[in-house]
Structure formats: C-alpha cells, structure tokens
Design a protein around this ligand. Structure first.
Ligand code: ZN
Length: 115
C-alpha cells in the first residue's frame, strides 16, 4: 500500500485557525464596574438561590480588586439583588407548598363527601 503522503499531514498544527489571543485571565466580556478588569472568578452562590437564581443573576468576583458583581447587571447592587431573589424564590416555594396543601384538602373534601 502506498503510504507516501503520510508525512504531509504533519504540519496540520500550523494550519490551525489562529486562536483568540486572550489569556485565561481575561475570562469575561463584562468588565468590573470598579476597576475595568476582565478577570473574574465565580462568586459565592447561596444554595437557596439555586438554579432559578442563576438564570437571572451570575455572581462573579473581580480578580483585580475583589469587587463582587453580577455579570448580567454589573452596576446593580449585588446584595440587594440576592436578597430580592431570595424573597421571590421563598415566596414561590411558599405558594407552591400552600397550593399543594389546598389541593390535598380539596381532594380529601371531595373524596370524603361522596360517601
Ligand atoms: Zn475590579
């Protein structure tokens, strides 16, 4: 079998499309509102905000100055946003539990009433 063109594939490395010249330290498109740095790490995310909270808010911490902000709304006051989220999520959970009990009560009422 002719394997002559085998060596031609060796320079594939150089033909690769140029990578974006961004170091790992520039890892966000939303610069820090305090110092303008684009290097962040994920901020603390309380468990009670869970995935619902993560849909509307993304907490990050600036690696340069330590400022904690929301990547989706960098100029919003993050503690306030977190508190509002917690209230909304707790309200939703509360309403959910109450409606389950109400439905259960209605169901019991109707099953009992038929006898
Ligand atoms: Zn910063």
């Amino acid at each position: 079998m002719p394997d002559d063109d085998y060596d031609d594939d060796r320079d594939d490395e150089t033909r690769r499309p140029a990578r974006r010249r961004r170091g790992p330290r520039n890892n966000t498109d939303v610069p820090c509102p305090e110092c303008g740095a684009r290097s962040v790490r994920p901020g603390p995310w309380p468990w009670y905000l869970g995935t619902i909270g993560a849909m509307v808010c993304r907490a990050v911490i600036c690696e340069e100055c330590g400022h904690e902000y929301d990547e989706r709304k960098p100029h919003a006051h993050l503690p306030t946003r977190k508190r509002n989220l917690a209230i909304v999520i707790n309200l939703l959970g509360f309403v959910g539990i109450v409606s389950v009990f109400v439905l259960l009560g209605v169901w019991i009422y109707f099953t009992m009433g038929r006898r």
